[in-house]
Structure formats: C-alpha cells, structure tokens
Ligand binder design. Structure first.
Ligand code: AMP
Ligand code: MG
Length: 337
C-alpha cells in the first residue's frame, strides 16, 4: 500500500478514508495517532495489525466534543462534565462505562471505554465529517517511542496505512492523561498533558496507579492490560539517573563508555563531548522536555550507540508524564543519587 500525505486542506478525503474503513495517521496536540472508524470492528483490527499491538491493549475513542459521550457511554458521573468543561478539547482521556455499540475490539473486552477530545481543529473536523468516533492508539509500532511529527510516524507506518494528515509537530509531545472515573476515588492510569495537580483541583482525592511509578512484577495484573507492556524504548538499553542535574551529569561522565549515547538537559551538552548527545530542553522548561522526549529517544536509533544514559527531570507537573515515559523506556532501570 502507498501511504498518501494529506494536508489540513484535505478534511473531506481524510474523513472518506475513516468512513470507508481505512487507516489514517491523525495529528493531535499530544502525539500522532493511528486512527480508524471506532465502530467498525474490521477497521479496528487493522490498527492492531499495523502497529503489531497486542489485542488485549485497548484503544481510545476520539470524539469532537462532550455531546458525543452519551452515544457511547452510560452511567456518566457529573464530574465527567466538570472535567470536560475545564480540559476539553485537550490531553485528557476519561475511562467511563461503555454502551453496547462500542465493539469489543476497541475495549479489549472491558466494560469500560477511554474517551478523548483532541485539541486539534483539523482532526475534530475529520471526525465530525466522518460522523463516527475515531479509535486511535499512538501512531508508533508497538513498543517504540510515540511519534510527535508526521515524519516520525512514517518511519514506523509508511506503506501500512492509507494516509497521514500532517499538521506539523505536536504541541504537548506526550500522550494524554488517563483518568478512570469508574472507581472511587478516581484513579490516574497514565500521567500526561493534564497534570495530577490540575485533576486534584477538580476531583479532590485522586489515586495514582502503581504502574505509573514502578515496574509491574511478573504475573501481577495491572488495572488496564496495556500497562504491563514494554514501551517507548529505543533499541539500545537506557539507564536513568535521578537527582540534582549537576550530580547526575558528573555521575554519567564518570561511567559512560566509548559508545554511550547521552540524553541530557541543554545546559549539560558540553559535559559529554565526543559522545552522541540528544538534548531535551533546559532544566527549568518541563513543557519543552515533554515536546522533546520522544524525538530524542527515537534519534538514538539512528546513532551508533551501545547504551544510553539519561538525566531525569523531576516529577512535578507534566514532569510526572515525562519521567514516566523515560522510566518505561529504561524498563525502570533507574539510579537514584
Ligand atoms: P496509546 O494511545 O497507544 O497510548 O494507547 C491507549 C492507552 O489507553 C493504553 O495505555 C490503554 O491501555 C489505555 N486504555 C484505553 N482504553 C482503556 C480502558 N477502557 N481502560 C483502561 N485503559 C484504557
Ligand atoms: Mg502508545
């Protein structure tokens, strides 16, 4: 299959691909997604196929607004609308009880479904025009870092999808926050662009799922099937070093091997001369770190490195999302100074 590159002027063609059961790369404010008609079981299966994604890892349904929630969800708590009022369109996915019209292929057989309204005008226009919810996981091959540009998505998906809609680089850079509203207190399943602190302002008490901060033990059952899988990983093994940035830089300099790649803050690039270095923005700019983290991890696959050392941001605000992706990329191989 030849993958076509579409622009934001091609809404009708993009919607036609969705409506006719095809696969479409969609831009969002978080990362590029691999979209298909979320009511078409066959199209949804094709997503899993193209990604090489395990069938027990559910997908998120993307809708153009909160008015669509009742079409696919039941027992919607009032607090869901407080969240949509404040954060939609935006990087927040809510887990709600599904209606029977949502195919098992989307939810991996769960009685819940993840719902999100992306803050991307062209993608909402495509969904409105197709008049079906778009099921989409991130547009990477399963296990790899998520794509934050159309070019990164094509690295993994060229020839496997009908088209990609290019709307430039993603503004947030890490996937949506996932909050489960079917349990009390609501549970954070994945940190993302909407921060834990912001959720607590609306919800009060929020439980943070264990899988956010640590590796699942073998045989342990996570709340959502997808949480057990290896994720975001470049080909070379990653070691994360946590602590004061001056200390972590010094620690890495003392231990790096001849072919070690380094992922560091902008200010520390000079410490690692002679090594392949990728930067993730200044120490104090967490939003920039979120935008850079996946491109930086992907870049190492094009460099001749045997292993990767990474400085770690702290986990305040969107830093919780960045450290979560980085720690997962490292298989939670973390050194705390
Ligand atoms: P991705 O877009 O690739 O990050 O994948 C979607 C994420 O949403 C995965 O981590 C899924 O496990 C999660 N997800 C989707 N639907 C549900 C659900 N009903 N319950 C819990 N997690 C879900
Ligand atoms: Mg993903």
């Amino acid at each position: 299959m030849k993958t076509k590159c579409l622009t934001i002027r091609d809404v009708a063609e993009a919607a036609g691909i969705i409506a006719s059961g095809g696969l479409l790369g969609i831009p969002t404010e978080t990362v590029y997604g691999l979209g298909a008609n979320g009511l078409d079981e066959k199209a949804v299966h094709a997503i899993f196929e193209a990604k090489g994604r395990p069938q027990d890892n559910p997908l998120i349904l993307h809708v153009p607004g909160e008015e669509w929630l009742e079409r696919y969800c039941q027992d919607i708590p009032a607090v869901a609308y407080e969240l949509t009022d404040r954060f939609w369109p935006g990087p927040l996915t809510m887990i709600l009880r599904r209606k029977d019209n949502v195919p098992d292929a989307v939810t991996a057989g769960l009685d819940t479904v993840g719902m999100r309204c992306p803050d991307c005008t062209v993608t909402r226009a495509v969904i409105e025009k197709a008049d079906v919810p778009v099921a989409a996981p991130s547009g990477n091959a399963s296990g790899r870092p998520s794509p934050t540009t159309a070019a990164a998505m094509l690295e993994d998906m060229d020839g496997k999808i009908d088209a990609i809609l290019d709307d430039g680089p993603c503004a947030v850079g890490v996937e949506s926050t996932i909050i489960d509203l079917t349990v009390q207190p609501p549970r954070l399943l994945r940190p993302g662009g909407v921060t834990l602190e912001e959720l607590e302002e609306v919800l009060g008490d929020v439980a943070v799922d264990d899988a956010v901060r640590r590796l699942m033990a073998p045989g342990e059952q996570p709340k959502a099937p997808g949480m057990k899988y290896r994720h975001y990983a470049p080909k070379a093994p990653v070691t994360v070093v946590k602590g004061d940035p001056d200390m972590t830089a010094g620690y890495i300099v003392a231990r790096m091997g001849e072919k070690s790649g380094i992922l560091c803050f902008d200010e520390f690039r000079g410490y690692f001369r002679g090594h392949p270095v990728e930067t993730m923005g200044p120490v104090s700019d967490q939003a920039e770190q979120a935008r850079e983290i996946f491109e930086a991890l992907r870049a190492f696959d094009h460099l001749d490195v045997t292993d990767i050392w990474a400085q770690s941001p702290d986990d305040e605000g969107i830093g919780l999302a960045v450290t979560n992706r980085l720690n997962k990329a490292a298989g939670f191989h973390i050194i705390e100074l």
